[in-house]
Design a protein around this ligand. Structure first.
Ligand SMILES: [Fe+2]
Length: 345
C-alpha cells in the first residue's frame, strides 16, 4: 500500500492509502489501520476493488455497534446500515422505508430492493459543514463514505474540515464561549412511521445529555432535549476538536430550536468567526469511483458543494456509533515512555 497526505489544511495532513498490486482491503492490518485512523482522523482508501454490497463487511471490522440514523435517509443496496448521503424528501423516504416498531428507541429500517431506489435530487444545494448526528443522542464516532458514482464535472465535492485545526485557529473569546457553554438542541425525532397508540409517554434514552423525552404515540415522534458541548477532547494528547452542528445553515428537520442552555442564541460574531475560519480550512474531496473514507466524526466536520440536477452523484454512508477500539487507544503515551529509567542505589 502507498500512503500520502491529503491536505495541509488538516492537522497532520490526513491520509490517502492507495492500493498496490491488487491488494485486498480486508487484508490490511487491523492494528495499523486503527493507529493511522486515530492519528490522522481521516483515511481515504483509493484504488481498492470494493463493491457496494461489501461495505458493511469492511465497517464491521472496526465497529462495536452502528448508529440508528433518523428516518430521513433511504436505505441502499438491500442493507439497512447503508444509506445515501443526498437524502430525499421526508415523504419519499416514508415511501421507501417501513419501520419496525418492536423497539421504539431504535430506528430500524427494513430492507429495500436496490432497483426500487431512485434519486430525485431534490437536495442539491450546498450543504454546510457539520458533524453527523452531533445534535442527536446517538452521536456516531466514525462515519464511512463510499463513492458508487461521481460524474459531476467537478461539482458536488464533499467538503472536509479538521475540527482540531479549526479549534486551534479560533480566537480566545470564541474558545472561551464554547468551553463554557454547552449547546442545547430541542429535537423531534421520528422513531416509528405511523400511529402506534394514543397519548404521550415519558421516554428515557440512555445517553449523556439527553432528557425530557416524550414519545407521541399518535404519530411516532419523540420530542427530546439534547445538551452537548460543541468542542470536546480529540484522540490526540492535548488537542481539542471543534466538531458540531452550529454551522448548519438549513436547520435539520429534526432540530426544532437550538442555542445555549439558558435559551440564548449563539452570538452572531462568534458564528461569523467560525464560518470564516472554517471556510479557509475546508478541503474539497473530489471523489473517484470506489473511494472509501473512514472519518473521525468527533473530529472532522463535513458538508457538500452544490451540484446540478442530472449530475450523477451517488455517495453512500454508514455510521458507526462506537468503534470496537477505545478512544485514544493508540495515541495516548505512557508517562515515562521517553524517560530513561534510573536505578536507585
Ligand atoms: Fe452529513
Amino acid at each position: 500500500m502507498i500512503e500520502k497526505t491529503i491536505s495541509d489544511k488538516f492537522f497532520g495532513g490526513g491520509l490517502i492509502i492507495n492500493s498496490s498490486d491488487s491488494e485486498n482491503i480486508r487484508k490490511l492490518d487491523y492494528d495499523m489501520i486503527v493507529k493511522l485512523f486515530e492519528k490522522n482522523g481521516v483515511i481515504l482508501f483509493r484504488g481498492f476493488d470494493i463493491k457496494p454490497e461489501e461495505i458493511t463487511e469492511l465497517t464491521d471490522l472496526y465497529t462495536e455497534h452502528y448508529a440508528h440514523d433518523a428516518l430521513r435517509r433511504a436505505s441502499r443496496i438491500g442493507q439497512k446500515l447503508v444509506r445515501t448521503v443526498d437524502y430525499n424528501s421526508h415523504d419519499a423516504l416514508l415511501r421507501a422505508n417501513k419501520i419496525t416498531q418492536k423497539k421504539l428507541h431504535k430506528v430500524d429500517v427494513v430492507k429495500k430492493k436496490d432497483e426500487d431506489w431512485k434519486m430525485d435530487y431534490d437536495n442539491y444545494e450546498e450543504m454546510s459543514l457539520h458533524s453527523e448526528g452531533s445534535y442527536a443522542p446517538d452521536y456516531p464516532e466514525i462515519i464511512w463514505f463510499y463513492c458508487n458514482e461521481f460524474s459531476t464535472n467537478g461539482k458536488g465535492c464533499t467538503t472536509l474540515c479538521d475540527g482540531i485545526k479549526l479549534w486551534d485557529n479560533l480566537s480566545y473569546e470564541t474558545k472561551n464561549f464554547f468551553l463554557l457553554n454547552p449547546i442545547r438542541y430541542k429535537l423531534k425525532i421520528p422513531v416509528a412511521e405511523k400511529k402506534i397508540g394514543n397519548g404521550k409517554k415519558k421516554w428515557l434514552l440512555n445517553y449523556q445529555g439527553a432528557g425530557d423525552g416524550l414519545l407521541d404515540l399518535s404519530n411516532g415522534l419523540l420530542n427530546i432535549t439534547q445538551i452537548r458541548f460543541a468542542v470536546h477532547p480529540s484522540r490526540l494528547p492535548n488537542k481539542m476538536c471543534f466538531s458540531n452542528h452550529i454551522l448548519y445553515r438549513d436547520t435539520d428537520p429534526h432540530i426544532l430550536e437550538w442555542g445555549t442552555i439558558d435559551g440564548s442564541k449563539i452570538p452572531q460574531n462568534i458564528l461569523d468567526e467560525v464560518k470564516e475560519k472554517s471556510k479557509k480550512l475546508t478541503y474539497d474531496l473530489d471523489w473517484k469511483k470506489n473511494d472509501f473514507v473512514m472519518l473521525d466524526n468527533k473530529r472532522f466536520i463535513h458538508g457538500r458543494r452544490a451540484f446540478k440536477k442530472g449530475d450523477k452523484r451517488d455517495i453512500m454512508i454508514v455510521e458507526s456509533s462506537s468503534a470496537n477500539f477505545s478512544y485514544g487507544s493508540t495515541t495516548r503515551i505512557k508517562i515515562n515512555q521517553n524517560k530513561s529509567i534510573t536505578k536507585k542505589s
